[in-house]
Design a binder for this molecule. Structure first.
Ligand SMILES: Nc1ncnc2c1ncn2[C@@H]1O[C@H](COP(=O)(O)OP(=O)(O)OP(=O)(O)O)[C@@H](O)[C@H]1O
Length: 283
């Protein structure tokens, strides 16, 4: 069985002759999370729109579930869930009724609202008006709507933007669970920490070009040339030391004399990788 869910082959897109995407190539398989990371305007949302057939590329080909994105029909839409900022929920009906209404609109016949609300941890809030939900709860309701029909692919445009760290963590847990169940997830973010925690593969996008592509670990290791150590001594002094022969000698002396309280190696994060590749900060 072919587990490839999305394929982008050399996609380019221009708006009024201005290039927005340039030669984008990427793949996503069942049970994987692929993150498109980049600053505002890098072309992340445009990529989602091309894959889901809402926009057509200028050149290259995009495929979703084996079908060319330009030829997507209802059978494909039935297998896709999309979460964007604009996913509206009905404020003046309850959480439960929201899902009932979405099920009707989406013509989902076999639906277990209880199971879905429990999955997104909203069962105890099922009677609440949607307008009374916290930001994180509202985001989980939007996610519940997107997975109502048990899609094979889920698109998330900035899924945790504006959420506090603990609420974002709840969303991460849920996304990991969906991935474990075999869902393929395509997400965009400019949160590098989120991408490192969640994604199997990341594409670093800058000005419409993929400047790096790989697993977060691979990319961090690739840019791990200037290895540093953070050392705290028993006398209370702390040092950030680059790995040079001189420093290695000093560190072994401290080790022999049992003067070291803690020692950590500082691997680069995706944030620093991005900075090194593009020369620009993300946020
Ligand atoms: N319909 C359109 N017509 C003209 N230009 C557009 C259109 N849609 C997007 N663009 C431009 O394409 C570029 C990429 O936009 P896109 O929305 O894909 O960026 P993004 O990476 O998703 O940004 P953000 O993180 O702010 O959502 C931007 O410069 C934007 O102004």
């Amino acid at each position: 069985m072919d587990k490839e869910v999305i394929r982008l082959d050399h996609i380019s897109k221009q708006f009024n002759q201005t290039p927005v995407l340039k030669d984008i190539t990427a793949k996503l398989h069942k049970g994987e999370i692929l993150g498109f990371l980049g600053p505002s305007g890098a072309g992340k949302t445009t990529t989602i729109k091309i894959i889901t057939g809402q926009l057509h590329q200028t050149s290259g080909e995009a495929y979703i579930l084996g079908i060319n994105s330009k030829q997507i029909d209802e059978t494909i839409y039935e297998q896709i869930g999309i979460v964007t900022d604009t996913s509206g929920i009905y404020d003046y009906v309850s959480v439960y009724q929201n899902l009932e209404m979405f099920a009707k609109i989406l013509e989902v016949k076999k639906i277990n609202i209880e199971e879905i609300l429990k999955k997104v941890d909203l069962w105890e809030h099922r009677q609440k008006l949607a307008s009374k939900l916290s930001k994180g709860q509202a985001q989980r309701l939007i996610l519940a709507r997107a997975i109502l029909h048990n899609p094979r692919v889920l698109f998330l445009d900035e899924p945790t933007s504006g959420l506090d760290p603990s609420t974002a963590m709840e969303i991460h847990k849920l996304l990991k669970q969906l991935k474990e169940e075999g869902m393929a997830i395509f997400l965009t973010t400019h949160n590098m920490e989120e991408a490192t925690k969640l994604c199997d593969y990341v594409a670093l996008l800058n000005n419409g070009t993929i400047v790096e592509y790989g697993t977060p670990e691979e990319l961090c290791l690739k840019y791990n040339q200037q290895k540093k150590f953070k050392i705290k001594l028993r006398d209370g002094n702390s040092y950030l030391m680059e790995q040079t022969p001189e420093n290695s000698n000093q560190i072994s002396k401290w080790l022999i004399q049992e003067e070291i309280e803690t020692i950590h190696s500082c691997e680069p994060t995706l944030e620093t990788v991005f900075l090194e590749v593009t020369g620009r900060e993300l946020s």
